[in-house]
Design a protein around this ligand. Structure first.
Ligand SMILES: Cc1cc2nc3c(=O)[nH]c(=O)nc-3n(C[C@H](O)[C@H](O)[C@H](O)COP(=O)(O)O)c2cc1C
Length: 251
């Protein structure tokens, strides 16, 4: 049985970001502490999320049988094959109603028991945001309503600035963006405690969904392999295109 490695000290943010590499081969004799990994997932949910809808879910897989099945679903990639654990980040656009309701409940709790007329302007705006605006953006029917909304919003956009991302495909991107931020929070947190990761989108997502028993509306954002790096598990020096090529300062 592998024993969890002891963690001495957390790295600072920049140190953790620099430490993190995509590791494809993990040590087979060093296990991770389940609770520490869970804590890193708890950090993941502190990532910013569009409209605070938190359209995500996280699955921590430690079960050997499931890990084996997941390796197949991850197309036999070394990172999955040698991982001590896998964390699957799932985008749940389909949960928007539930999450909007949760936000409304949270807001009402903050505002205290009040008659509708007693809400301040800001409170009414926040409640309307989740009760009216979010449904108007997220409600769709086979993509048809979204396409219609898109045309209408583009027309309004000729006259004034307007939010244009209202199609089903746009809302999927919105959910995946936030899930990606959570994934990065997770990997940075893991790096901070000396744990390694490899994000993977190379997987048979249908198979992953079936292993996790996820509903049709759920989408796999990425599978993150977790473990302790073998030095041979980093396939080469870090490569980034020159910073000047991707950075512009607009004075
Ligand atoms: C969304 C996403 C998907 C990725 N999918 C895979 C993958 O399927 N397999 C893999 O080995 N690496 C995967 N990577 C890792 C990238 O190849 C890696 O981040 C890149 O080469 C830069 O290396 P670094 O992470 O060590 O800085 C993925 C990274 C991201 C962000």
């Amino acid at each position: 049985m592998n024993s969890p490695i002891s963690i001495i000290m957390e790295k600072k943010v920049t140190e953790a970001i620099q430490f993190r590499r995509s590791v494809r081969i993990f040590k087979s004799d060093l296990a991770l502490d389940d609770e520490k990994v869970k804590q890193c997932i708890a950090n993941a949910v502190l990532a910013p999320t569009s409209s605070n809808l938190q359209l995500w879910e996280f699955y921590q897989i430690t079960n050997p049988t499931l890990l084996k099945k997941m390796t197949t679903a991850c197309l036999g990639q070394n990172a999955a094959k040698t991982a001590q654990q896998l964390v699957v980040i799932v985008a749940r656009k389909d949960l928007w109603r539930k999450r909007a309701k949760a936000n409304v409940a949270f807001l009402k709790l903050q505002y205290g028991t009040k008659e509708k007329a007693e809400y301040t302007k800001r409170e009414t705006f926040a409640l309307n945001y989740y009760q009216k605006l979010i449904p108007s953006i997220y409600i769709d029917f086979l993509g048809i309503l979204g396409a219609l909304k898109y045309v209408v919003f583009q027309c309004i956009g000729f006259f004034k600035p307007i939010y244009r991302q209202v199609r089903n495909s746009d809302m999927r991107i919105v959910a995946h963006k936030s899930a990606g931020l959570a994934a990065q929070n997770f990997m940075t947190s893991m790096a901070a405690i000396g744990y390694d990761t490899c994000p993977m989108e190379g997987s048979d997502t249908k198979m992953v969904k079936s292993i996790l028993k996820l509903p049709t509306g759920a989408e796999i954002n990425m599978v993150v392999a977790c473990g302790i790096r073998e030095e041979t598990g980093i396939y080469g020096p870090r490569f980034r295109v020159p910073f000047e090529e991707v950075y512009q300062k607009l004075d």
